[in-house]
Ligand binder design. Structure first.
Ligand SMILES: NC(=O)c1ccc[n+]([C@@H]2O[C@H](COP(=O)([O-])OP(=O)(O)OC[C@H]3O[C@@H](n4cnc5c(N)ncnc54)[C@H](O)[C@@H]3O)[C@@H](O)[C@H]2O)c1
Ligand SMILES: [Zn+2]
Length: 360
């Protein structure tokens, strides 16, 4: 079964195809016909590469570039190495880069594609759940700096996104659980019916073996929701900011934990804090908060802020967030399951209070 979600941007729209690679291959071949292809993977997804190479090199010309897995590789140096590999492979302005991997491979390959010869086409083949539901769609690409994550980058939309849920079979459980924070986030801020669907299938979310039908439906809905937002607000001047739900608090928690808490775990705690704040400010009800937190817990995610993470220290980090406007902390608050809004005028003491109430 093949599903298509269209990202209907006026100038650089593209399709997301969800289904077995064997069924989406024809679309890729049409796009790649007569072009050199550079397939990029990390050392984990590189082992999946042989499955992909038969498909990605159908044009007969191309090469591969594999770098060490992990966020530590998301640097200018790796982006430069991808460009150098492309030059060695004699890639020209018509060449096509393919990102086969998680968000790190996708962000790096997209960034390299944005700058190689001032921009070449690229295709996303996400293999982690996070990349399937979030990072492969929307055209944000970039690298980390020693000073902070994602500080340099470019908007560069892919030409095609091929999602095969079968890749999830080998994804470590902690990676899957982390991405479920983003999945639940979509339900909370954008789609109450999807949230209920997740509640009904909660047991399947953390089942040892991923059910491709269940995950196919989840991925499809997340892509539809993200695509709709991206089409409305491609470069995050407005509604796209809703996707930062849980991230203002979450980023601070992630940083203060020195990355011992994963991004997804931190975002789940961030959602719990934002959810608490939404109760104390009257945006949503205590029942809504309980439903959100119960689903996060069922997905194996934390909803309490470890006591060692001091609210004042977290607030200080939030004040330096790149999304902070004129020193004012901007938060996304849900106003019922399935709806949310951006709020910029809350007193810092309210934020502190919510964090303290979430301490374990
Ligand atoms: N561009 C965006 O809009 C956007 C959005 C969210 C996150 N991101 C970025 O995405 C990155 C996080 O993405 P991620 O969580 O996918 O991280 P990742 O790419 O590091 O992947 C996580 C781990 O899973 C492994 N892996 C991936 N697919 C696998 C599979 N099928 N089987 C076995 N192992 C597999 C990877 O090798 C890696 O070790 C961060 O750098 C973040 O900044 C970007
Ligand atoms: Zn996130």
């Amino acid at each position: 079964m093949l599903d298509t979600v269209s990202v209907a941007l006026p100038e650089n729209g593209y399709d997301i195809l969800i289904g077995p690679l064997s069924e989406t291959a024809a679309r890729f071949r049409r796009l790649a016909a007569g072009r050199r292809v550079l397939a990029v993977a990390d050392t984990h997804t590189g082992s999946i590469l042989p499955e992909g190479t038969a498909l990605f090199f159908t044009s007969g010309a191309g090469g591969e570039f594999v770098f060490p897995a992990g966020e530590a590789s998301k640097t200018f140096a790796t982006a430069a190495a991808i460009c150098a590999a492309a030059a060695r492979q004699k890639c020209d302005r018509r060449s096509l880069f393919v990102a086969l991997g998680g968000g790190v491979v996708g962000d790096l390959t997209g960034f390299a594609a944005a700058i190689y010869m001032r921009g070449v086409d690229f295709v996303q083949v996400p293999t982690s759940l996070l990349a399937m539901v979030d990072s492969s769609v929307g055209g944000k690409t970039g690298v980390d700096l020693p000073e902070g994550k994602n500080l340099a980058g470019a908007f560069h939309q892919p030409r095609l996104v091929l999602i095969d849920p079968a890749f999830l079979r080998t994804l470590p459980m902690r990676e899957r659980i982390g991405a479920l924070a983003e999945v639940i986030k979509y339900g909370v801020i954008l789609d109450g019916a999807f949230f209920s669907f997740l509640e009904q299938h909660a047991a399947g979310l953390t089942a040892e073996v991923t059910d491709p039908a269940l995950f196919g439906r989840i991925i499809r809905r997340c892509c539809e929701l993200k695509a709709a937002i991206v089409v409305e607000d491609e470069q995050e001047h407005g509604r796209r900011a809703l996707l930062n739900y849980g991230h203002t608090f979450g980023h601070a928690v992630e940083l203060l934990s020195n990355f011992s808490l994963s991004h997804g775990e931190s975002v789940a705690i961030g959602m719990a804090i934002a959810g608490r704040l939404a109760v104390t400010t009257g945006f949503w009800s205590r029942e809504d908060e309980l439903r959100q937190n119960a689903l996060l817990r069922a997905a194996g995610l934390p909803v309490r802020l470890p006591r060692k993470y001091n609210a004042a220290a977290l607030l200080e980090i939030m004040r330096h967030d790149k999304k902070c406007r004129d020193g004012r902390v901007v938060v996304v608050l849900p106003c019922g399951i399935g709806r949310a809004q951006v709020v910029a005028d809350l007193e810092p003491v309210r934020l502190m209070e919510a964090m303290e109430q979430c301490h374990d």
